[in-house]
Write a protein that binds this ligand. Structure first.
Ligand code: ADP
Ligand code: ZN
Length: 524
């Protein structure tokens, strides 16, 4: 039975969609769904998730209901399906009364293989009751991470979808997402209440993308030299900035330097955004400088680089944004400019979130992002490990692999840092520990009487940057932990004991892209 279905699926792939063969996982997922099992699919963007439910929708009797929060994407998908002769429609708030009516009529008369619905429309009581009377081929929950507070794009209207499963006991469900760490994944499965789901996790590795992190100093200069050093001219690329203001500034400066660059952010009128998108797709604009608003539905194969001018808020976002490079499989570059100030700004954003749970989660995710930026081992491994994909070999295509950090004997320095944390009763964060080590004389130190500690001023030989790098490494290596529940206070781990007692020695990496002496003066 499974064999004939597989053949059936393959012939649909070829005749309807015009592709020769399935990509990894697609065939199994389709098989599972056709056989009536629930599925959970974690596959990177561009991996080919849509076919996983579109083909079963054509094989199973009834209409497939695809829940998606992205209205623009819905329209694209439906047009593409119609162009292939598939009977598809969407039902969301953009339809006028008449068109909505017509879609419902098609649905009720069994003329649709697929119906894309927004969560709001789906949960509309009348619609929902009607659905229960109709033959449904399957439910596909696209962008399933939106259901989880752990996800980076939680949408309250999505959370009600969890009830859906119980109302349609006989219909298979498939939940799909491109971005979910292990915690989010568990949460999605639980919230959607899937029945013994078959879990399909594809590799997140994008071997043709080279990951590089620069310590951010003069970002505009760094961006320009990066662009000048690129081999090709008029290459397509995206530069992501955190704020609209920064987007405008960077775009202007690039234009001044003769680049065909345009700004894109949610504050621009819809037609302007649409035009920039189109020009980028048609290679009439080379560089789009954008906030994260730019991205949904960009399916452009020849994006050669993605630059993050500011630190992204989490690894999911970073991965998704960098993943827009190199869809054609050719060598591409992901450059992150990473500065200490960015962490402060990002933390500030997070602290503004009134929801305490979300604040804690976002802070945690931000710390993981920082860990990535500060890693002294293969970037790709850090990234893949974050998505729970274990790799133990260095990739050979990231800045760390290509230009390994230099190490020095940091035993004594590390002992100083650890004893300072201890003397401070494990009650202070990185910044304060460094100030005490360097013997700073400021108000807070005096108030706390920390100038009388035995570790006060024992670390004057290193700069703030150097201590910062050293302490971050001690965190990565598990000698220190930052208590995320408690203002990122530094605490010693059991492992720290051996180092403090002098039982082991320690090699650490020299700080990379060291800040030149002249610009250090301003730092406390
Ligand atoms: P996702 O939803 O995972 O981001 P899509 O479903 O949009 O990815 O697919 C990404 C691109 O890959 C689309 O252009 C799609 O047509 C194409 N694609 C999907 N499956 C195959 C396949 N088996 N062979 C060739 N191209 C495919
Ligand atoms: Zn590497």
């Amino acid at each position: 039975m499974s064999d004939s279905k597989a053949t059936n699926a393959l012939s649909l792939l070829q005749t309807v969609f015009g592709y020769d063969a399935f990509r990894s996982h697609q065939a199994e997922i389709i098989d599972d769904l056709v056989a009536g099992s629930d599925c959970f699919v974690l596959m990177p963007t561009g991996g080919g998730k849509s076919l996983c439910y579109q083909i079963p929708a054509l094989i199973r009797p009834g209409t497939a209901i695809v829940v998606s929060p992205l209205i623009a994407l819905m329209q694209d998908q439906v047009s593409a399906l119609k162009a292939n002769g598939v009977k598809a429609a969407y039902y969301n708030s953009t339809l006028d009364y008449e068109s909505a009516d017509q879609v419902l009529m098609q649905l009720h008369t069994g003329q649709l293989d697929l119906l894309y619905v927004s969560p709001e429309r789906l949960l509309n009581q009348t619609f929902f009751q009607q659905l229960q009377q109709l033959p449904i081929a399957l439910f596909a929950i696209d962008e399933a991470h939106c259901i989880s507070q752990w996800g980076h794009d939680f949408r309250p209207e999505y959370s009600k979808i969890g009830q859906l499963r119980d109302y349609f006991p006989q219909v298979p469900f498939i939940a799909l997402t491109a971005t979910a760490d292990a915690a989010t994944r568990q949460d999605i499965l639980q919230r959607l209440n899937l029945h013994q789901p078959h879990v399909h996790v594809s590799s997140f590795d994008r071997p043709n993308i080279r990951y590089t992190v620069f310590e951010k100093r003069q970002p505009m200069k760094q961006l320009l030299s990066f662009l000048e050093a690129r081999p090709g001219h008029q290459e397509s690329g995206i530069v992501y900035c955190l704020s609209r203001k920064r987007v405008e500034e960077v775009a202007l400066q690039l234009q001044d330097k003769g680049y065909r660059a345009k700004a894109y952010h949610a504050g621009l009128p819809g037609d302007v955004r649409q035009a920039v998108h189109q020009q980028f797709i048609r290679d009439e604009v080379d560089i789009v400088v954008a906030t994260v608003a730019f991205g949904m539905g960009i399916d452009k194969p020849n994006v050669r680089f993605v630059v993050h001018y500011d630190l992204p808020k989490n690894i999911e976002g970073y991965y998704q944004e960098t993943g827009r490079a190199g869809r054609d499989g050719l060598e591409s570059e992901a450059l992150l400019l990473y500065g200490a100030q960015d962490i402060v700004t990002a933390r500030h954003f997070v602290e503004n979130n009134p929801n305490e749970d979300q604040r804690r989660i976002e802070n945690f995710k931000l710390s993981c992002m920082v860990d990535f930026a500060e890693a002294q081992s293969c970037r790709r491994s850090v990234l893949l490990n974050y998505f729970d994909e274990r790799t133990d070999h260095a990739c050979g295509n990231c800045d760390i692999c290509l230009n390994p950090p230099r190490f020095f004997d940091a035993t004594v320095a590390a002992q100083k840092a650890l004893s300072c944390v201890y003397r401070l009763d494990q009650g202070f964060g990185v910044r304060h520990v460094i100030d005490v080590l360097r013997g700073m004389e400021h108000e807070r130190i005096r108030q706390l009487n920390h100038q009388s500690l035995s570790t006060y001023g024992i670390g004057k030989e290193y700069s703030v940057v150097e201590w910062d790098s050293l302490i971050r490494q001690l965190i990565h290596l598990g000698y220190l932990v930052q208590d995320i529940q408690q203002y990122s206070v530094l605490k010693l781990t059991e492992k720290a004991g051996d180092l403090l007692k002098g039982k082991v020695s320690l090699q650490l990496a020299m700080p990379r892209n060291k800040v030149p002496k002249s610009t250090r003066g301003g730092q406390k």
